[in-house]
Ligand binder design. Structure first.
Ligand code: WTA
Length: 634
């Protein structure tokens, strides 16, 4: 097992070694897991193709280190406390042995469906332990899982399944979310009308509502599990075989399937969890992220379970039935480590300090933040009101593509500065570059954040389109991985993430591309053209602001706006619904027809005077028209 770094001096030493002798450093880390066959070479890489391979020719199954290992030493240790959406429903407890048995049983089910190594299985499920079990069963049989967050629409789900050629879907009848019940299976049925490759659907019964059932294609989880025999042997996989595909938004086109491979991802997700959170045996960890996002992959399923951690899995939302729900859970389970997104903190902060004060939060030792920059006000509220000034906040910066946390304090080790992600983890070599790609040396600089050396869980490709991976991450600056984030390095060498420098917006910690929202809006028949930008939002961090040009024949603006919201919900899902829509008669374009988004961003913030250089605009008159519309919107 991993022994966490214990002091700042030790961190500095580890960092130094990881940079000067990266192969020796990571070889030692990798040796702490179960391998079926040792690697022949630690690292092979170039950032031009790009091609990155870690623990080359090593053979393993990641679930050996997650399940078999822990079952041998502590079978009865709790893996999950399941806290259902409705607090009156009894909690459930799953030990490592129980998870192991369920996973082996589910592998039997998958085998009976003819699933084999390399097949793609799509998981579209609520936040319940069975989702983690399904993830692990895929990993055990060597199938590549692609979890789709159950808030995405049927159309988004279908696109993702078609892109990866999924042959099976694991889902549930419905999902409980706050006061709502969401008809998950019917969303899957609708999606599957457009996905010819899927032959099997396995349905976990969570809400027990009546669902459409297609004989020959659909099976119930409980019946299938009863009939299957458990398969205890884990498939021997290559270190560089894909473990999962996770779709994420970028600045252009449709979401792309980020591919992570087994060996490097295993080592880094476990390593980063242990060092950042300083998890100790007996601690109770609670990460509020859904498994449908990368945080749920790396810091609900893989990182904590590789470390044999005990955690709370929460099905519901922070405000149901009251905005004290997270704190009630902390008290109920004696949570020691709590990891959430700034948007949740800001939203709960808005209900007042008196709510958390009603709960005993003294079990807390470490607080974490992820997904977006944490503003100082939220940081202090989290630190004072939730952490009683006793708990460090680990402000963890990373991305779907990085697989694990790259820049973050190590809890109780790294001196903190509010809103700074502070320092890189061992093995992580950040650089800041200016617009020309010149590396900015020294401290007190600001630029685009890149990484100049591979860490074990760097993405390997984008599914089915390696060229896109090269173009998106490795083409902007030669021999560097470009993150898309702007960043400052202060006089101490501490990093502060400023936010995206591309056309990606971060809404409540969820990444959305402006291009994909525009293309959803444009599907609405009355829409001629649209432009979407982010704007500062008190709770969500960023909100979505849509400028839309409509056909002259349609004059009922309220009706158009309603239709646009419906269309975006249908094409992407409710998370992509614009917060503000203005119907305009023109957009600020250059003579070559390029929309000047810089101007749209300023106006979305309510800034109309200092718009910068507008002399290249084809028709500077459009600005006045847009301004009037925004002011009228209030
Ligand atoms: C942003 C989420 C500031 C950043 C794990 C990044 C952050 C994007 C932080 C990735 C942080 C994530 N401080 N910004 N601590 N963590 N981000 O792929 O812009 O959903 O590029 O991964 O979120 O979002 P993703």
């Amino acid at each position: 097992m991993i022994t966490p770094i214990q002091s700042f001096e030790q961190y500095l030493e580890a960092y130094e070694q990881s940079i000067t002798q990266p192969e020796a450093y990571w070889e030692n880390q990798a040796a702490q897991f179960l391998w079926k066959e040792k690697w022949s070479k630690v690292l092979d890489w170039n950032f031009t193709e790009p091609s990155v391979q870690w623990f080359v020719n090593g053979k393993l199954n990641i679930t050996d280190s997650i399940l078999d290992r822990h079952v041998q030493t502590h079978p009865d240790k709790v893996a999950f406390y399941f806290e259902p959406n409705h607090p009156e429903e009894a909690r459930q407890v799953y030990t490592y042995l129980e998870v192991y048995e369920q996973v082996c049983r589910l592998v039997g089910v998958l085998k009976s469906k003819g699933i084999k190594k390399g097949d793609r299985i799509c998981l579209y499920m609520p936040m319940i332990p069975e989702l983690a079990i399904a993830v692990l069963a895929c990993a055990r049989i060597g199938a590549i899982h692609s979890v789709v967050f159950a808030g995405f629409s049927a159309q988004s789900l279908a696109e993702r399944m078609n892109d990866c050629g999924a042959t099976m879907v694991i889902t549930s009848d419905g999902a409980f979310r706050g006061q709502k019940t969401i008809p998950i299976k019917s969303i899957v049925d609708e999606a599957l009308e457009h996905v010819p490759s899927v032959q099997h659907v396995l349905v976990y019964q969570r809400t027990n509502e009546t669902i459409a059932f297609k004989e020959g294609r659909d099976d119930y989880w409980a019946t299938a599990m009863e009939q299957a025999s458990s398969v205890y042997v884990s498939e021997a996989m290559d270190s560089e075989d894909p473990l999962f595909i996770l779709y994420t938004s970028g600045s252009t086109g449709k979401p792309k399937g980020v591919v992570h491979t087994i060996g490097g991802y295993m080592v880094y997700s476990a390593f980063s969890f242990a060092h950042v959170f300083q998890y100790q045996p007996g601690d109770i960890y609670f990460c509020t992220a859904d498994i449908g996002w990368i945080t749920g992959h790396s810091y609900v399923v893989y990182g904590p379970m590789l470390n044999g951690a005990t955690q709370v899995i929460f099905e519901g939302i922070p405000t149901h039935p009251t905005p004290g729900r997270f704190w009630e859970i902390v008290e109920k389970y004696n949570v020691t480590h709590f990891y959430t997104a700034p948007t949740a903190i800001r939203s709960l902060m808005s209900f007042g300090t008196s709510i958390p004060k009603q709960y005993n939060l003294s079990s807390l030792k470490v607080l974490g933040s992820v997904g977006e920059p944490i503003n100082e006000e939220a940081w202090h509220w989290y630190h004072d009101t939730i952490g009683n000034q006793q708990c460090p906040i680990v402000d963890t910066w990373w991305q779907t593509e990085t697989g694990g946390i790259l820049i973050s304090p190590l809890a109780n080790i790294t001196p903190l500065i509010p809103s700074y992600a502070t320092l890189p983890l061992p093995g992580v070599q950040p650089v800041l570059v200016d617009a020309n790609g010149t590396i900015l040396e020294g401290n007190e600089v600001e630029g685009n954040l890149c990484l100049k050396f591979p860490w074990p869980s760097i993405l390997r490709t984008t599914w089915g389109d390696h060229q896109r991976c090269q173009q998106t991450y490795f083409a902007a600056y030669p021999n560097l991985y470009f993150t898309g984030d702007g960043c400052k390095r202060d006089h101490n060498g501490y990093y502060r993430i400023i936010g995206r420098v591309d056309d990606v917006i971060n809404v409540s910690g969820h990444r959305l591309g402006t291009a994909e929202i525009e293309s959803a809006i444009n599907e609405q028949v009355d829409v001629v053209e649209s432009a979407v930008v982010g704007f500062p939002h008190d709770i969500k961090g960023q909100g979505i602001f849509a400028y839309v040009i409509c056909t002259p024949s349609e004059s009922n603006e309220e009706a158009i706006k309603r239709d646009i919201l419906q269309m975006v919900t249908k094409v992407i899902g409710p998370i992509a619904k614009p917060d503000k829509i203005v119907i305009v008669s023109g957009l600020p374009k250059t003579r070559s027809g390029k929309i000047m988004r810089r101007i749209l961003r300023k106006m979305a913030e309510g800034e109309f005077h200092q718009l910068g250089d507008t002399s290249t605009l084809l028709d500077p008159g459009v600005i006045e028209g847009i301004k009037e519309k925004i002011i009228a919107l209030g």
